[in-house]
Structure formats: C-alpha cells, structure tokens
Design a binder for this molecule. Structure first.
Ligand code: SAM
Ligand code: 2KA
Ligand code: SF4
Ligand code: MG
Length: 208
C-alpha cells in the first residue's frame, strides 16, 4: 500500500517526536507518560509552542506497530497522543494497538477535526483560530482553555456551556503572557470556582 493510503487508514502516521516524560499540564499533571507527537496542524494558533509541528510532510512516517513498540520500551503505561493536531488522522488503529498492549491513552486536541480513536481521557483545548468540530463536545473529559487575551475568559465560558456536565474546566496561561495574566487567572478562578488552574509545569522543570 502507498504511504498516503496507510496514513489515510491510520495504519501509519507522521511522527514529529516521541518521548517519555512527565505530563506537565491538566488533570494528569505529574504523571509519567509516553508522548507521541504527530506532525501536522492546520489550526494556526499565533502563540503555539510547537509551530515546527505544523507541516506534516516534513516528519517521518512510521507504522503504528513501530510507534507502539517504541512506547513499550519505557516502564510507564500511560500514553499521551498530541501534535500537531492528532485528530487530523484516524486514531482508531493506533489506539486499539496501544490498548492491546496495555496502555491507558490520553489525547491533547483542539477538537478541530472529527473525533476518532478510543481514549481514557480527552483533553479538549478549543481555539479561536479554527472552530472545533461538533463531535468533540460529547467526548471531552477536560476543557483546557489557554488565556492569551482578556476575551479568552468569555471564550472559555462559551465552550463550558457546550461540554458534558462532568467535564473538568481548566484555564491555562499562555506561556509568554503568564506574568501578565496569572493574577487575573487567580482572581477569575477564585470567583468562578467551577474552574481550576493548569500550568505548564514541564516548562518550569525544564523537561520536554
Ligand atoms: C501544542 S498543543 C498540541 C495538541 C493540540 N493541537 C491542541 O492544541 O490541543 C498541546 C497543548 O499545549 C497548549 N499550548 C500550546 N501553546 C501554548 C502556549 N504558548 N502556552 C500555553 N499553552 C499552550 C495547547 O492549547 C494544548 O492544550
Ligand atoms: N511534559 C509535557 N507535558 C505536556 N502536556 C501536553 C503537552 C503537549 O505538547 O501536548 C506536553 C508537553 O509537550 N510536555
Ligand atoms: S492547535 Fe495545537 S498544535 Fe495546532 S497551532 Fe494550536 S496549539 Fe499548536
Ligand atoms: Mg507542549
């Protein structure tokens, strides 16, 4: 089969990088996890901290068997699928193979493409730059909104209305604007206690 066909079926995927680290953000902050970063994103966030991921074509394509066999070399059995935007691909085959090998699987996504795959935890981080696909709202376990501008609090509330009742709500300061917005985020969370704060703790620890 041609590479393009294998990618379309989700049997092979462009891999920007894969690394064993500590989940820095959100619900599973502090958990050791194997990150699989897929290449390719068409959302275009001005403040994206992995812009080099955007061009799918520049990353090597690997079979899901190879991706999972690399993951198995590490002792942890929590995998985080991220990118780039991982939902640009059919994640069914990759997640079923990871499951077969005993992994718990989380995803980091903007939700901008149709949902696929079988996940234990879905972290949905909507973006103003490309509207989320309707399929994400019933799947999200966590809504993690990055604050880069004061208007992002209202954007966060709009999305909070659309997710499931038990979806956990988090606000995360955009890294470069952290100093400016952290006091506002603290005050917002104290006055809107249905929200919690998420920080990019890996950046403080200087780990991947
Ligand atoms: C790089 S993205 C990849 C996954 C997916 N494309 C997404 O945006 O959710 C992983 C997480 O990092 C967040 N993020 C990206 N750049 C950031 C920045 N400069 N400051 C804070 N969070 C950021 C995203 O919102 C997302 O929650
Ligand atoms: N340690 C660590 N935790 C993370 N949580 C989400 C990340 C991502 O880029 O998706 C990320 C990342 O890049 N590194
Ligand atoms: S959706 Fe995610 S990977 Fe894509 S530009 Fe935005 S933060 Fe970066
Ligand atoms: Mg990151």
């Amino acid at each position: 089969m041609k590479t393009a066909e294998l990618i379309a079926k989700g049997e092979s995927l462009p891999i920007m990088e894969a690394f064993y680290t500590i989940q820095g953000e959100g619900r599973f902050t502090g958990y050791p996890a194997y990150f699989i970063r897929l290449g390719g994103c068409d959302v275009g966030c001005v403040w994206c901290d992995v812009k080099e991921s955007w061009e799918a074509g520049k990353w090597p394509v690997q079979s899901i068997e190879k991706i999972v066999s690399e993951a198995e070399k590490f002792p942890g059995r929590l995998a985080v699928i991220t990118g780039g935007e991982p939902l640009m691909y059919d994640l069914g085959p990759l997640t079923s193979l990871l499951k077969e090998k005993g992994f718990t699987i989380n995803i980091e996504t903007s939700g901008a493409h149709p949902f696929s795959g079988d996940f234990d935890w879905v972290c949905f981080s909507p973006k103003k730059f490309k509207k989320p696909h309707s399929s994400i709202y019933s799947k999200a376990n966590e809504l993690k909104v990055v604050v880069f501008h004061s208007s992002d609090f209202a954007f966060a509330e709009e999305h909070a209305k659309l997710v499931k009742k038990d979806c956990e709500l988090r606000i995360q300061p955009e890294w470069s604007k952290s100093e400016k917005f952290t006091p506002e985020i603290i005050n917002y969370t104290k006055s809107h206690p249905n929200w919690k704060i998420s920080l990019q703790t890996h950046k403080f620890m200087d780990i991947p």
